[in-house]
Design a protein around this ligand. Structure first.
Ligand code: 2OP
Length: 318
């Protein structure tokens, strides 16, 4: 059970749809928090998910699950994870959801902070970069305390594909997807490594090395992964649930873990006022620091294009 400076940690999950419920499930299985609270406007939906989750409590580290259609269920939360909102339909981009979900944030964020004034806010709803900036502005919290799951999931997709290609465990691939969690994201190939061997020099006997064409194919597969899943089953939920739980755990357990979360980028004046993902140190304060990652010229260029894409949407709505 996660203890947090003398008290038992609570995570509040807003939205009991497939992402919210899977996030709650992942938090329980990982033993992330003592209390998992689910809040949704549908009383029957939230009650059903809470019951279903409670019926598995025997099999996970000690925890409790509560839920309600009343926001007070989030009271005193250490972390609030927002998953509520319109979701992508086949053919839509994440940025297409911006206007609807920014409106939802306008209603939600002040009410959440009223009941949980000390929480770190983790945005999961898409477009997560635009919504992280929206939540930051609407909450007026210090920038460290508002973050998004960003490209944690995309980086995991990247590592899976690289690991399968080169033939090592996914945990031994060190590589980040950065920028928008969306169509303009890209992998930082120049700094990717396996063990301590630069990925571009890595090869195991009898296995194909990863060449420029593989890089292109893998980058494309990562960017289009969600679209493929949405076409097949209507939504993505498992990997985002696990990625979100990983971020929440890093906060609650004060881990100083490096994760490519979305946060307000400072120290990148050339990119303007924008929330995007870059590897960052995540702990109890939220985003403690964004790393100064080495990038090739091409990667720098891609980052500024990604920032421009997110900024254009954010500026039209915020
Ligand atoms: C995902 O990448 C749709 O953003 C969601 O799975």
């Amino acid at each position: 059970v996660a203890e947090l400076s003398g008290h038992l940690a609570k995570v509040a999950i807003v939205g009991a749809g497939s992402v919210g419920a899977t996030l709650a499930y992942a938090c329980l299985i990982r033993g992330v928090a003592h209390t998992v609270a689910l809040y949704d406007i549908s009383a029957s939906k939230v009650e059903a998910e809470v019951l279903d989750l409670r019926h598995g409590l025997q099999f996970v580290p000690r925890a409790d699950v509560v839920g309600s259609d009343d926001v007070s269920v989030c009271a005193g939360a250490d972390v609030i994870a927002v998953t509520a909102g319109a979701k992508q339909r086949p053919g839509q981009t994440r940025l297409d959801l911006a206007a609807t979900n920014v409106d939802l944030c306008r209603q939600l964020i002040p009410r959440l902070l009223e009941v949980a004034p000390d929480a770190v806010i983790v945005m999961v709803t898409n477009p997560v970069d635009v919504l992280t900036l929206a939540a930051l502005q609407l909450s007026a919290l210090p920038p460290q305390r508002v973050l998004g799951t960003g490209t944690v999931l995309d980086s995991s997709r990247l590592r899976d594909l690289v690991a399968r290609h080169v033939g090592v465990a996914v945990q031994n691939v060190h590589a980040f997807v950065v920028g928008e969690h969306g169509d303009s994201e890209f992998p930082l190939w120049s700094s990717a490594s396996v063990g301590s061997v630069p990925l571009r020099q890595f090869s195991l006997a009898g296995r194909p090395a990863l060449g420029p064409e593989d890089e292109q194919r893998i980058a494309h597969e990562v960017v289009t992964a969600a679209e493929r899943i949405i076409r097949g089953k209507g939504a993505t939920n498992y990997a985002i649930g696990l990625a979100g739980a990983r971020v929440i755990e890093a906060i609650i357990k004060d881990e100083n873990r490096v994760l490519p979360v979305t946060s307000l980028l400072s120290g990148h004046d050339d990119l303007g006022q924008v929330c995007l993902s870059l590897p960052a140190v995540v702990n109890r304060s939220g985003v403690q620091a964004v790393l100064d990652v080495s990038m090739s010229e091409e990667e720098r260029d891609l980052l500024s294009r990604s920032a421009a894409a997110v900024r254009a949407v954010a500026e039209s709505l915020l």
